[in-house]
Every structure is written in structure tokens, then in C-alpha cells.
Write a new protein. Structure first.
Length: 302
């Protein structure tokens, strides 16, 4: 018995070649469509609060609570016009100026102190370095509220209550262990040959830190600056504890003043000021976000 092997005809080969890739393309298209629809659904959920705030800022006070509509049928601008009159005879520029002062001061303190501490841990060998580093990382496990009462008693004894010192002093003493750790890990990735070349040129630790290490750590520095600015701008608990005079209040405390002593809230003004308070944070992020993805290669060549 002989075995006859037949080859597929031209029509069969054509159908096979046409059907395979077409089916694969159809599967990829369906998967891509499902992925995009899912991404749009997640985006809608994320953007819903922002859209609600924008619409609520143009609603009368009695339509904000209990209304399911995102945008009002008859938009008003009274909520924004009333902001120009201030809150309790205090201009809103006062609150924004106080928040800006604290945010910029916090950024300067965190960038300088945390980078110095990170350089010491990464580049200087001293006795007890491992123990101090472990203790620093251990502070990340302490909740903020555990330290609140001892810190308040300390600043009260020093007569620093109702000043900005309790809110800024820790930023200049490298107490934010997360940012120290972030910069430390970045500095450990820098080539050791740069430090050796700096020593051969006669640079000490301070000159090496300022002229060599700090420029190369620009992505880590700007990342720390962005998060510090946002945290300081949005901080509510710290100013609430240490500040007593309304003239020294920040934006977060200014929002609290929209609720009077009887519990009646001006929701329209509160929402309008909340939306305005977002603008400096968004502007700061957009101004520096491009530096977040800077690589070290270009910085090293520079």
C-alpha cells in the first residue's frame, strides 16, 4: 500500500493565510477596545469629583446639597465674587500668602536638610552610621498623632505657639525620613569615580556635595520638592494645632471659616475657594513635572 501525500491547493493556502492574520487582528482590536473602554470608565470615576466641584462652584447654596446634577441649569458667579470680599473681614490673599510662605519655606528646608543628611549616609563613613540610619527609618513607623502632644508641649514651653516656627523647624532638621531615604538611594546609584575625581581635584565633602552630587540629584530633589509643596499647602492638622489668630491662618483653615458657630455652612463659597486653592498646586506641578523623568546620563555629561 502506498501513501500519497497531497499538497493543499492554492485556494486552501490563500484561505489559511488570510484567515489567520485577520482573526488575530480582530482579537487584538477587540482587546484594545475593551482596554480603552475600561480606561475611560476609570478616568470618569477619577474625574467625577473634580467635575462636581467645578459645577458646584456655579450653583446657589441651596442647590448644592441634594442635587444630582453636575452642572446648574442657571449658573451664577456670586460664589467667586464673594471671595473678593474676604472671609470675616480678612482678604483671601492673606490665607494664600500664609500658605505660600509655609509651602516655599518647607520646600527649601526639606531639599537642603534632607540632601545633606542623605549625603552623609551615602558618602561619609562614620561610626554608628548603620545604627543612625536604622533609627531614622524607624521614625517612619511612628504615626504623626503620637508625636503631636510632646511636640506641642515642647513648643509651648518655648513660647512658640501661634507662630510658624513649629511648622517649619522640623523641615530644616531633616525630620522627613522618607525624603532622606529617597535621596540616599539616588546618591548611592551615582558612580564612585565622580567622588574620586573630585577628591583628586582637592574638593572636600562640602564642595563635592554642592558641585558634584547635588546637580546630579536634580530628579530626586524636584520630586521631594513637589511632594513637600503639596503636603505643606494641604496641611490642616499642623496649622489647626499651632495657629490661633485668623490673620495667620492658611488656606485649609480659611476653608473652615465658611462654617459659622451655628453650624451653617456657605457651601458655595467653600467650593469656590477650594477650586481656587487647587490652582497653585496644579501650576507648581506642571512647572516641574518634566524634571521628574530626567535621567542621570545628561546630568553626568553636563
Amino acid at each position: 500500500m502506498s501513501l500519497v501525500r497531497t499538497r493543499p491547493g492554492p485556494e486552501t493556502r490563500t484561505r489559511t493565510r488570510a484567515g489567520g492574520p485577520a482573526g488575530a487582528r480582530a482579537g487584538r482590536s477587540a482587546g484594545s477596545l475593551a482596554w480603552h473602554l475600561g480606561a475611560l470608565a476609570v478616568l470618569a470615576v477619577i474625574l467625577y469629583p473634580v467635575v462636581w466641584v467645578i459645577g458646584g462652584s456655579f450653583k446657589p447654596n441651596d442647590e448644592i446639597v441634594g442635587s444630582l446634577a453636575l452642572f446648574p441649569t442657571d449658573p451664577i458667579t456670586d460664589n467667586y465674587r464673594r471671595l473678593a470680599d474676604g472671609i470675616a473681614d480678612i482678604p483671601i490673599t492673606t490665607f494664600f500668602g500664609n500658605s505660600l510662605f509655609l509651602a516655599v519655606g518647607s520646600v527649601i528646608g526639606v531639599v537642603l536638610s534632607s540632601s545633606l543628611a542623605a549625603y552623609a549616609f551615602a558618602k561619609i563613613g562614620f561610626a554608628g552610621r548603620g545604627l543612625l540610619f536604622t533609627a531614622m527609618i524607624g521614625t517612619l513607623l511612628l504615626p504623626y498623632h503620637v508625636l503631636l502632644i510632646p511636640q506641642y508641649v515642647l513648643f509651648q514651653k518655648l513660647e512658640l505657639i501661634n507662630t510658624y516656627t513649629p511648622l517649619l523647624l522640623g523641615k530644616y532638621l531633616a525630620t522627613d525620613a522618607f525624603f532622606v531615604f529617597l535621596m540616599l538611594q539616588f546618591m548611592r546609584g551615582l558612580p564612585k569615580e565622580l567622588d574620586e575625581a573630585a577628591r583628586l581635584d582637592g574638593c572636600g565633602h562640602l564642595r563635592t556635595y554642592w558641585s558634584i552630587v547635588l546637580p546630579l540629584c536634580r530628579p530626586a530633589l524636584i520630586t521631594s520638592a513637589i511632594f513637600t509643596f503639596i503636603n505643606a499647602w494641604n496641611d490642616f492638622m499642623g496649622p489647626l494645632i499651632y495657629l490661633n489668630e485668623p490673620e495667620k491662618y492658611t488656606v485649609s483653615l480659611g476653608l473652615k471659616m465658611f462654617v459659622d458657630q451655628d453650624g451653617v455652612a456657605n457651601y458655595g463659597g467653600m467650593i469656590a475657594m477650594s477650586l481656587v486653592a487647587l490652582l497653585p498646586v496644579v501650576a507648581f506641578f506642571l512647572a516641574f513635572q518634566r524634571y521628574l523623568i530626567d535621567g542621570m546620563a545628561t546630568s553626568g555629561l553636563k
